[in-house]
Design a binder for this molecule. Structure first.
Ligand SMILES: Nc1nc2c(c(=O)[nH]1)N[C@H]1C(S)=C(S)[C@@H](COP(=O)(O)O)O[C@H]1N2
Ligand SMILES: [Mo]
Length: 319
């Protein structure tokens, strides 16, 4: 995706330069105050306490390292280069945090993060997440099924889709000063996808609360869809009747569909999706360029669980 929206192509050169300066300034601020820490350690959050059940169906593939998972990120609100989000992460303030729930449901409203989280027992699930850019990671996420949260709001029969939005605040998320995507970042799922038991509302990774660059304090992880469906730093959940617009689909409808299921048989218009680079901190090293290439699996390897959601859908048309 980064190649698609190389900012120099879509913004005037002066705006591009200004953005670089702002993002560099933000990065310098962090470096000066935390120079003895690794970038990821500077943003590491508190260990999660209490019982965290281990999900029995976790993959046993080699895990991506914490360092790699928290320094190689897509979070365009904090910069478009993979190393930008960790550098700019300290701009985002996640306490207090409010989530607004509305639309086709009986029990919407504004909820403090604590009230969103309180009833839910946490679970660790090791999931693959594959980016549409053809790299993937294996991460021990901590969270709870999104369905358990959504049911509390009592969606009605007109709730056919769920729309999610990220915080909009160009001071805390300086990338929003530039028209890289339509802000706030928005994503959506069909209601049955949102209610699927694999769809996770994540609050942590590797036993710790989410660092900001990973989408603190609350993000989706939808393991059978390309990573951009896994929206970060959620402040809004809306039950809607019609398929919602999504930021990536608006920016390039031919390249990023609403469904975005991992499908090696449907190429991205500018590159194949047949293979992927696994970032697993293994002997081939850190960078996606040097990691092992492996075949991408249908639905990212979760076909047994989710293929039945799509039996009536032509997945070439509904990509
Ligand atoms: N708000 C927001 N959420 C986002 C993104 C983003 O730019 N902004 N990038 C998406 C993309 S393209 C990917 S691949 C995943 C990356 O998640 P990670 O940084 O935890 O690996 O986050 C997704 N969620
Ligand atoms: Mo992505």
């Amino acid at each position: 995706m980064a190649s698609k929206i190389r900012s120099s192509e879509i913004t005037p050169e002066s705006v591009f330069r200004e953005r670089r300066l702002i993002l560099q300034a933000a990065g310098l601020g962090l470096g000066a105050s935390a120079s003895t820490l690794l970038p990821s350690e500077a943003m590491a959050k508190t260990p999660l306490t209490g019982d965290i059940a281990k999900w029995p169906d976790s993959t046993d593939e080699m895990q991506t390292s914490y360092e790699q998972a928290t320094t190689y990120n897509n979070f365009y609100e904090l910069g478009t280069a993979k190393g930008d989000p960790v550098k700019n992460a300290d701009k985002l303030i996640t306490e207090p945090w409010t989530v607004e729930v509305g639309g086709q449901c009986e029990k919407g409203g504004k909820f403090a993060l604590e009230d969103i989280l309180k009833p839910h027992a946490l679970e660790e699930r090791i999931y693959r997440l594959r980016c549409v850019e053809a790299w993937s990671m294996v991460i021990p996420w901590v969270g709870f099924p999104l369905a358990d949260l959504l049911k509390r709001f009592e969606p009605n029969s007109r709730a056919k889709y769920v729309e999610f939005k990220t915080l909009y605040d160009p001071v805390q998320l300086p990338g929003q000063k530039f028209p890289v995507l339509q802000w706030p970042y928005s994503e959506g799922l069909r209601i049955d996808e949102a209610m699927h038991p694999l769809t996770l509302m994540a609050v942590g990774l590797y036993g710790k609360t989410l660092p900001n660059q990973s989408g603190a304090p609350l993000r989706l992880v939808v393991p059978w869809k390309y990573g951009f469906k896994s929206i970060k730093s959620i402040v809004s959940i809306n039950f809607v009747e019609l398929q919602p617009q999504t930021s990536w689909n608006i920016s390039a409808p031919r390249e990023y569909g609403f469904y975005s299921n991992v499908n090696p048989r449907v190429s991205h218009p500018r590159w194949s999706q047949a293979k992927e680079r696994r970032l697993d901190g293994g002997s081939k090293g850190f960078s996606a360029l040097f990691s092992d290439k492996r075949k991408t699996e249908m639905f990212n390897g979760y076909a047994d669980e989710v293929a039945s959601l799509y039996t009536d859908l032509d997945l070439k048309k509904n990509f």
